[in-house]
Unconditional design. Structure first.
Lengths: 288, 357, 359
């Protein structure tokens, strides 16, 4: 049905447009501006073309950080998605247990990110931390300040602790949207527990899983606060992710041009990967 | 396939039912024949869904036993009852093809693949899905999806019963009668016991050999479509079956005479003395409007001409009496209503009473 | 008086309504009959002023109302869905149009009380709509239309979502409820039976065109063309194409029917014969009937009547017979038709001859 046209409606959109312009577009343009210029102080800027971009793309340091980022995202997706699905399947469907579970699971999500970092920083310390001390008492050689593998394990465990409930909550929402008739039909058809999961629950969760994967990927790819608080990017450069590297470069070394070029590349990579994820997942949906 | 015995079954959703009104389903005691087509018919809240859930195993009745053949299944879970069900909204496995949907119940039971192939092919042919066996089930229309649900039941040769829960709710009106006709063909061919729940009289009467009419948690009549029309055992059946429904007139009955207000109406035979609420029931089809001295005087309040017949709405004193006049029959100027004595029923507290022989 | 003159509505490349001209008089009940997507709702939206016609004029009492927004017109509308304010009580729901008009509390109380009584809602006034049954929810929506005292009341399949018994009750009450108000009523439905039960006038719609408009029983008895006859028949009209030679109608399948003297006077040529399901008989009908063989496809029983679907030659016909007739599928039976009952349409679809009884 068509509606009577009313052009006044466009004025309603104006405030949002202004807000987006101020909060996103203008800062972004500033970054673009820095990325194509060089400065030697005194607020003097010189045109530098695409040099910073070429430098960044060919730098070893950038490649290493990018690989660390991708590995981190893949590892936490590989853990959090199956774990989240698993947890969501065990949440009760009705009764008082539902609210208890949901509140408990929402707790990690409510804690500020730097606090999460601090908690794990203390938790993992060998001298006073519960985790570090216990592991040491068990005779394990655990020290995230010195051992790169231990540092990685700590950062991954922290992220899993922090974000798996988000995946579980999303999956739970998907599961509760399945009508009872499906489960009853499956019983009648003699389906096993696995078949119910494979042919009813998983297909019905597909939409929310797409969202969960996208959210977790983008978020983990941009991770900064928690590893910065726990390991500060070390030991060595072993947990220096793109974001940490970026800050080091921009604030630590005041290399504004390379940092700006890097952040634009970083932004484009996230955009590209998200788009690929989205297309792949929605296409496989459409093919059904 | 099995005979279904409802042995004094009753159900209440309350923990400690006291009054009869606490029961969503009042005591039913009945045996349904193996291979029969039954419809549970009634308005929403009449208990038909409760009874269906007891048969499918979703509910355990508060009282009584349920038997499939000679086996007591009252406390068995759904999966152990060997039944099939078609739900109100189509349930299909989205990610599978039509073929795999039909094969699913057989594969789950570890039936050899060659046997699965044969059964799937035969079922698809029976329900008219052969051409789309290779398609994904997801993209099909609602009626095709319902056929798949039905197919998953029929594909198993050994099911005790196939249950239908308002299966045509989401089907386009012009597809409804197609599906109904296929269902009837299918019933004739496979001979499974089928139980069909609906609030639609046409669906129930067209599908079933025996219609179970339910009202306020009670089974008020079980009968063939003709029984329900010609001899409603409860005033509700008279009202619910037929359009317009049966005329129900409060009356005093004495011997072979009934009186409605000041008017006297002859009955076909004498009745025993009745104490309680007595009513006369007569279908509009069996009311004649004549000129002269027969019958009782009525006042016409409206005439609805629907082409093939006319519904004449009249008043007999304070009571409404509808008459259905065949095409071309005139409405007399000072009409008197004549009731076909052989079709005039007497009800005591809403239940049919027979004349003394 | 509401006049539509050459009203056309196009949306993009699609034409929803084509050249509709009709006059609806005060106090009349007008049924718009047609299948889904035939343009009933589009036409109602134009009448209400929710949409503007692409061409043509809409006049209320002689004054053009094109371009006057719906808020400024005196229109009430009831939809298929039960639309009420879920958080307000039934009383406040019914009172809502009066509150907007700024009526005094005393007036509101009187009018709501009267409307509630008319629609048998008096004992439910303190409840909220969601505590009511479907039928009562729709009664609330109808009561709101009643208190508004609108000059034009549009009802878009208002009973479609109700169980059939509730539909039967409310349908019988509707004409009475609105008769007093003197408003123009427009009632859209897909069901021919509903149009017949409501009476009044009927306009048949097909693909956005008004094929015929007149008194309901008049349109039913003398449809101007094949499309109107098909729209206004439920179950569907039985149709057969024939070749007329003198006093005989011949069908390709070897079936033939004798023509009545009146029909025999038509020029020879190709015709389409239509006859209603209740004129296809399962028993011989005196001397005028013609017998032919058919195979039962399905029997449908509504309670007081049965529909027997029969395959005859290359067509599927429906016989509507009184009482319960449960014939087994796939059995061969003899059916009878009566040429007296034929509607005969020429090759352009125009009515050439109607049954004598329908003159």
């Amino acid at each position: 049905m068509n509606k009577t046209w009313n052009n006044k409606a466009w004025f309603m959109v104006l405030p949002v447009f202004l807000l987006v312009a101020i909060s996103a577009i203008i800062p972004l343009m500033t970054v673009v501006n820095y990325s194509v210029q060089d400065t030697f102080g005194n607020n003097e800027f010189f045109w530098n073309g695409t040099d910073w971009f070429v430098d960044t793309l060919t730098s070893e340091r950038f490649h290493a950080a990018l690989v660390r980022n991708l590995s981190f995202s893949l590892i936490i997706l590989a853990i959090e998605i199956p774990l989240g699905i698993g947890i969501s399947l065990t949440i009760p469907k009705k009764g008082w247990g539902v609210s208890v579970c949901l509140v408990l699971m929402a707790l990690p999500l409510l804690i500020p990110w730097n606090v999460v970092g601090t908690i794990w920083q203390v938790f993992g310390r060998v001298d006073i931390g519960l985790l570090g001390h216990t592991l040491a008492a068990l005779g394990l050689d655990y020290n995230y300040v010195q051992d790169p593998i231990d540092a990685w394990a700590t950062v991954v465990a922290m992220d899993v602790w922090h974000w798996t409930s988000l995946v579980a909550l999303l999956c739970y929402a998907g599961l509760s949207a399945i009508p009872d008739a499906y489960y009853q039909a499956a019983k009648i058809d003699g389906a096993s527990r696995w078949a119910v999961f494979r042919y009813i629950q998983l297909p019905k969760m597909k939409r929310v899983l797409t969202i969960a994967v996208l959210l977790r990927f983008m978020d983990s790819f941009m991770i900064y606060t928690e590893p910065f608080v726990v390991t500060g990017g070390g030991p060595g450069n072993s947990t220096t992710f793109l974001s940490i590297d970026l800050v080091k470069m921009a604030i630590g070394q005041f290399d504004l041009g390379p940092a700006a070029a890097m952040s634009i590349i970083y932004f484009l990579i996230i955009l590209l990967l998200s788009w690929i994820f989205y297309t792949v997942m929605t296409n496989s949906e459409g093919a059904n | 396939m099995a005979r279904i015995t409802l042995d004094h079954i009753a159900h209440s959703y309350k923990a400690n039912p006291q009054k009869p009104t606490d029961y969503a389903l009042r005591e039913v005691h009945h045996v349904w024949n193996d291979g029969g087509a039954y419809a549970l018919l009634g308005p929403s809240g009449c208990g038909k869904t409760t009874l269906l859930n007891i048969i499918s195993g979703l509910l355990t009745p508060s009282k009584g036993r349920l038997l499939f053949g000679d086996k007591d299944v009252t406390r068995l879970p759904t999966e152990a009852r060997n039944i099939a069900q078609v739900f109100q909204f189509p349930v299909i496995y989205d990610t599978m093809t039509v073929h795999d949907n039909l094969a699913f119940p057989l594969r789950n039971r570890g039936i050899p693949e060659s046997e699965v192939e044969r059964a799937v092919k035969e079922t698809a042919e029976m329900i008219g899905l052969t051409a789309m066996l290779k398609k994904r089930a997801k993209g099909l229309t609602a009626d095709e999806k319902q056929k798949i649900s039905l197919g998953r039941g029929v594909v198993r040769s050994d099911v005790n019963a196939i249950l239908f829960d308002e299966p045509l709710t989401v089907i386009d009106p012009h597809m409804k009668w197609m599906l109904r006709s296929q269902l009837k063909h299918l019933h004739k061919r496979v001979g499974h016991t089928m139980i069909y729940v609906t609030h639609d009289q046409t669906e129930a009467l067209s599908f079933a050999d025996k219609v179970v009419v339910m009202y306020e948690g009670e089974v008020v009549q079980i009968g063939t479509p003709a029984d329900l029309f010609e001899k409603p055992k409860h005033t509700f059946v008279g009202y619910f079956i037929g359009s317009p429904g049966m005329n129900v007139l409060p009356a005093k009955v004495a011997g072979d005479k009934a009186s409605v207000g000041e008017h006297e109406i002859a009955l076909r035979a004498p009745y025993a003395e009745l104490s309680g609420k007595t009513e006369l029931g007569i279908r509009p089809e069996f009311v004649k409007l004549v000129h002269g001295n027969d019958g009782v005087p009525v006042k016409v309040s409206a005439v609805e001409d629907i082409g093939r017949y006319r519904i004449v709405r009249t008043r007999l004193g304070a009571h409404e009496v509808n008459a259905v006049l065949p095409e071309g029959t005139p409405v007399p100027a000072e009409p008197r209503a004549v009731f076909d004595t052989s079709r005039l029923n007497v009800y005591l507290d809403s239940h049919l009473v027979e004349a003394r022989q | 008086m509401l006049e539509l003159v050459g009203v056309t509505k196009q949306v993009g490349a699609e034409t929803h309504i084509t050249d509709v001209t009709m006059t609806l008089v005060k106090g009349s009940l007008n049924v718009l009959l047609g299948p889904t997507l035939s343009g009933k709702t589009s036409l109602m939206r134009l009448m209400a002023g929710l949409d503007k016609p692409t061409a043509g004029d809409i006049r209320m009492d002689g004054v053009s109302v094109v371009g006057v927004p719906v808020q400024k017109r005196n229109v009430a509308m009831v939809y298929q869905q039960f639309i009420n304010y879920p958080t307000l009580t039934v009383y406040e729901n019914i009172a809502s149009p009066l509150r907007i008009q700024g009526a005094s509390d005393a007036v509101i109380k009187a009018k709501v009380g009267k409307a509630a009584e008319l629609l048998r809602l008096t004992e439910h006034l303190d409840k909220t709509p969601l505590q009511l049954s479907g039928g009562q929810q729709q009664r609330t929506a109808l009561a709101r239309a009643v208190v508004k005292e609108a000059g034009l009341v549009l009802l878009d399949e208002p009973l479609a979502n109700l169980d059939y018994k509730l539909r039967e009750e409310l349908r019988a009450e509707l004409p009475k409820i609105f008769a007093e108000t003197g408003a123009i009523f427009v009632y859209a439905t897909t069901e021919p039976m509903e149009a017949l039960l409501l009476g009044g006038n009927t306009g048949c719609l097909s693909l956005g065109r008004l094929t015929q408009f007149g008194s309901t029983i008049g349109v039913y008895n003398r449809p101007a063309d094949l499309i109107t006859a098909e729209t206004f028949s439920d179950p569907p009209l039985n149709i057969i194409t024939v070749d007329k030679r003198g006093s005989e109608f011949r069908h390709t399948g070897g079936v033939s029917f004798p023509a009545t003297p009146k029909q025999a006077a038509l020029p020879d040529g190709r015709y389409t014969i239509g006859f209603r399901p209740h004129h296809l008989y399962l028993d011989a009908q005196g001397s005028t009937g013609t017998a032919t063989q058919g195979r039962v496809a399905i029997t449908e029983i509504t309670g007081s009547e049965s529909f027997v679907h029969v395959d005859v030659a290359d067509s599927r016909w429906v016989a509507l017979v009184p009482g319960v007739r449960n014939l087994d599928v796939d059995t061969t039976i003899t059916v009878y038709v009566d040429p007296e009952r034929f509607f005969i349409f020429d090759q352009t679809g125009k009515l050439a001859s109607a049954p004598a009884s329908a003159a």
